[in-house]
Write a protein that binds this ligand. Sequence first.
Ligand code: ZN
Ligand code: ZN
Length: 473
Amino acid sequence: MAHRKNYTKYVPRAPANKPDKEALQNEALLFFTLRTDSEETMLKPSEEFCYLVSEKWWDAYETYLGYNEIIEEKPLKKNFGQKYPGPINEDIISDQEKAYKFSSNFEQYQYLSTYLRPKALENESYVFVDSKLWEHIYGLYGGKPIKRPLRHDFSSPTCDDLQKSHIIFLTHSRIKELASDPKTKNNKLQTIFGGFKNIQFHETWKMKDLMIFLSSLLEAETGIPNWNLKVWRLNNYLFLDDFWKSLENFLEQFPEQDKFLIEAKEFTNERFDGINLSRLLKNEYYLVVEAKEDENEGFYFDELKLTSQDIKELQGYCEYCSEKDTILSWTCLCKEAFYCSEKCKYKDLPFHHYICDIAYESDSDNEELQEIKIEEFGYDRGLKNLGNTCYMNSVLQAFKKTKVPEDLFYNNTYLKCIKEKREENKQEEDNKFLLSKKFSKLMKKLSIYDKEPLAPWSWKQTFAFYFPNVKKN
Ligand SMILES: [Zn+2]
Ligand SMILES: [Zn+2]
């Protein structure tokens, strides 16, 4: 087990009575057996869950028992039996106040409502054990149970961290109720709906798992089965206040006006089939669930499409670095992801490409295909270091000084070569085609005068995409 020293919160409490030496030694031996069993049990593919134990507590417990000395048959240290380890996990659990409270008839998913504090990491802040070992120490010391899914697709089992989002459910009956109640107008919607709550999902769930989970959650809450759902992810430039205001406007005009243009992207199973939620969601995303009981009723929410004018003036939080209230002057070609800087845009590519087919084609193609004339390409533009890219930059600069760019790229001769290759074997050459286009563009950019050095993010990320052993960021 890895150990980490910088714990902050946890302070072991003193025992009520002086500990019984023999009892502690017996406990250490029992702990040894349970620990060995636990490691074995968790290797079994049938084992689906584990329990987390705070590393800090674990260390304190071992010291208290004189565990290492007893197992290695060494003399006990002075601190043996001195500091009672106290309740388990209090240092790694986070404040549950804003969390979604699952009703008691949603029992099979109750464990999803336990939140870890931010930055609590496997093998640094906690270890994981089987239920038998957990029940033993929990029975003795108490504390907070943290149950997590166990994954077996690696050489050793790992415990899944959960995907965290904020969620709000807007059911049709609730919408109607709020729209017909004149008091709504004078109340803040947040207080009526309870606002967004934290919710957690399995990282490895797919859209269809999420849909099943959300509709069974609604069924547990309302007793009504077979919900029809649409899941929306609010756009990252949207301020929550603006969202509440537009929702309030919609309610005021309901039912005369029954369309709500939501500034969000719809998460559908068709679009994201087979992709893990950890690829689709980042922690702290805002999800809105429109839920209708009646199959024959239409959905009220529709996507608000942005105009290019809107996009120019966007301000919000950056999709990559989550910087708040910033000007979002960089966007993907899909116009669905917005960033504060070029760096953030390219650093987000390995994530964004899971939800965007054109993520790697984010440079303008017209410019790409233009030839550049001999008079234009005399310049040697500098390259910015993107972090460990100075070797790559040197190779690029050296390559640029050869005859190849002039023969192949400035005049777009490479396009002919690719065309011939593609006719022979289309599929395989497609990837190389995109990479060559990127490379040609890079060579051109490096040859044309610009006093600013170039940051080759686009090239580097595309390259890393096709050659995954190259680090993406
Ligand atoms: Zn950013
Ligand atoms: Zn995109």
